[in-house]
Write a protein that binds this ligand. Sequence first.
Ligand SMILES: [Zn+2]
Length: 224
Amino acid sequence: MVTSRAKVLNLTFHGIGERPNGEHEDEASIWLSVEQFNFVLDFIKGRQDIFITFDDGNKSDVEIALPLLLKRGIKAAFFVCPGNFGSSGYLTGEDVHSLSRAGMIIGSHGMHHRDWRQLKNEELMGDLRVSREILEKETEQPISYVACPGGSYDRRVLNYLKKAGYERVYTSDTGYSRPDAFLQARNTIHSNINPDLLRRIIEQRTWNSAGFIRVVKKCIKRWC
Ligand SMILES: [Zn+2]
């Protein structure tokens, strides 16, 4: 098992529990039951080399995940889209303030979850700056973490993220990362999670030809 302190395994969650009012139909594969989430937290509790993140700013972040994390003394990062604040099923600005006050890290996931690779330079810089300004106002804390919407990035996006002053960029590239690296790979936990699969994700035993292709794609995204 990989237990080196030199590496961190970032896990990504989305919604926990019931999907609100039948929304997020297309996200069934990335919503976990409360039981599954509890099981994952108990499995990784005490592991300094595993870091938990949440994407999209679903209401379940504050209603379900926060108390379960606090109960176990786990600090996580929540990547939220300020453009969704107050929409049905999503966090409000006050919720984000509550998460921050509870000791959680808040990061930007873009204003409206748009693919950053598709935005023109000015739009991209605006998205990166405005989302951070809103989050800094809500949390009264500096915001230096960001997660790419849809895991989508390329070299231009990374340059703009650096220019905008972000210090950690969370992707969906899978695998372990160095804790101090600018680019942080993440491993999405899907609704099919079970003890054996979680063990294989943590030990990174899911390697196969698809894993090799992912590494090649990651290198291309950094340089193109
Ligand atoms: Zn997302």
